[in-house]
Design a protein around this ligand. Structure first.
Ligand SMILES: Cc1cc2nc3c(=O)[nH]c(=O)nc-3n(C[C@H](O)[C@H](O)[C@H](O)COP(=O)(O)OP(=O)(O)OC[C@H]3O[C@@H](n4cnc5c(N)ncnc54)[C@H](O)[C@@H]3O)c2cc1C
Length: 240
């Protein structure tokens, strides 16, 4: 079966991440190992035959037939509210993948890595962080995570743990709406000073992966290029 064949997976576990996002753990018979950064297409079909499909990044490291997706509910959305609020453990899920060969990190790659996430754009970057851990890789990673407030942080406990225990992984939060007490940086959108301060400098020739809403991704890619990063080293994924 090709990766573009639709398959039927099953929801085996659900993890609540925030008030508006949850992680769906799927078991997908016949799944072929993915690379971190790849995504799947999920298709929902109503009893009358109407169907809608959306893309979701794979958030987990390769793990047999298990695939994890983290879905952020978009108010008034067609598909995401169903995946976040309705889909139940045991339900079938139609999906195809893994898809994408450009926005991927390969554990053998030697260069340092800057990851820059906006909101749910953390999902494929988390797959990279998890794969790095699973591969016992010592490649230095810097993760910049732009997020509205502490309550909106996905994978909060795991990121805290990995930031402490995974040597060579630095995690920096950039709050856009409300910074917690004790954080000096005022809440606001990511800017040149943030990237200059927390990402690897261009002279180190790092790989950069940027993921989030389209406007966020375009802004950050421009900032990286303005700081001297070669465009071909800046890989982007737009969630729309
Ligand atoms: C490669 C790829 C990977 C993706 N990975 C993820 C993922 O891991 N997790 C995840 O939650 N989403 C992810 N997305 C976004 C996802 O595909 C859907 O667009 C999202 O779930 C909204 O679908 P919906 O049917 O609920 O909303 P729709 O009915 O399509 O849209 C409803 C309204 O919300 C707006 N809207 C659509 N998407 C967003 C958004 N992301 N943020 C804010 N407003 C939006 C639309 O413009 C529209 O006005 C990914 C998208 C791509 C292209």
């Amino acid at each position: 079966m090709s990766r573009l064949t639709w398959r039927i997976g099953r929801l085996v576990e659900v993890r609540s991440e925030t008030a508006t996002a949850r992680t769906l753990v799927l078991d997908v018979p016949g799944w072929s190992a993915h690379l971190p950064g790849q995504h799947v297409d999920v298709r929902l079909t109503a009893p009358d035959g109407y169907s809608a499909q959306r893309s979701y990044s794979i958030a987990s490291a390769p793990d047999g037939t298990r695939v994890e997706l983290t879905v952020q509910r978009v108010a008034d959305g067609e598909v995401s509210p169903y995946l976040v609020d309705v889909l139940s453990v045991g339900d079938p899920v139609e999906l195809r993948g893994p898809i994408g060969g450009w926005f991927v990190w390969r554990p053998g790659a030697p260069e340092p890595v800057t990851l820059i996430a906006g909101g749910s754009g953390i999902a494929p970057l988390m797959a990279m962080v998890r794969t790095r851990h699973a591969a016992s890789s010592a490649v230095p990673f810097r993760l910049l995570y732009s997020v509205r407030s502490v309550e909106d942080v996905l994978y909060a406990d795991e990121l805290r743990r990995r930031g402490r225990d995974d040597g060579g992984l630095d995690v920096t939060y950039l709050y856009t709406r409300q910074a917690p007490d004790g954080v000096a940086r005022p809440a606001g959108r990511i800017g040149l000073a943030d990237v200059n301060r927390h990402a690897w400098p261009a002279t180190f020739e790092p790989a950069a992966f940027v993921c989030g809403p389209t406007g966020f991704v375009e802004t950050v890619a421009d900032l990286l290029v303005a700081l001297g990063h070669e465009p071909r080293r800046v890989k982007t994924e737009r969630f729309g």
